[in-house]
Design a protein around this ligand. Structure first.
Ligand code: ZN
Ligand code: ZN
Length: 141
């Protein structure tokens, strides 16, 4: 999904952030990615337009602190970010798939389900789950 420049800047304003090319570019890249992105992936994508790795890192941390982004995966101990605010935010309740070959993290379709069985006392306690599957993604398989 695309996040327009206007919507991206609106989002920055709502959170009291100064409008910078780098922040706008990071928001737009996250919105259009369709999957969680790591700092490395974002840096590669934004080469030339979004500033350097250090700037993008600071931007991501700031966004996370403000609830604009969310870390939905720590595959390989690397934070993978998604947009958590604005018109293009998406729920990421679905399972995520981590590819051990290319390192990519994919959102599995809503239909993908993992079922859990546990003693009843524990099932009642469950409020949520972060399901993480590992393997070779269809592109690498
Ligand atoms: Zn892969
Ligand atoms: Zn997802």
């Amino acid at each position: 999904m695309q996040l327009s420049r206007d919507s991206a800047q609106q989002l920055l304003k709502e959170h009291g952030l100064r409008l910078t090319a780098s922040r706008t570019a990071v928001l737009q890249a996250l919105a259009s990615a369709g999957q969680p992105l790591s700092l490395g992936e974002l840096t590669k994508q934004l080469e030339g337009e979004g500033g350097d790795r250090a700037t993008i890192f600071r931007t991501l941390v700031r966004f996370r602190d403000l609830g604009i982004t969310q870390v939905v995966s720590q595959a390989d101990r690397v934070d993978h970010y998604v947009l958590a605010a604005g018109p293009e935010k998406a729920e990421h309740e679905h399972p995520h798939f981590e590819c051990v070959d290319c390192g990519g993290v994919s959102c599995l379709p809503a239909g993908a389900k993992v079922t859990v069985s546990a003693p009843e006392a524990w099932l009642d306690s469950v409020r949520g789950a972060a399901v993480h599957l590992r393997g070779a993604c269809p592109d690498c398989f």
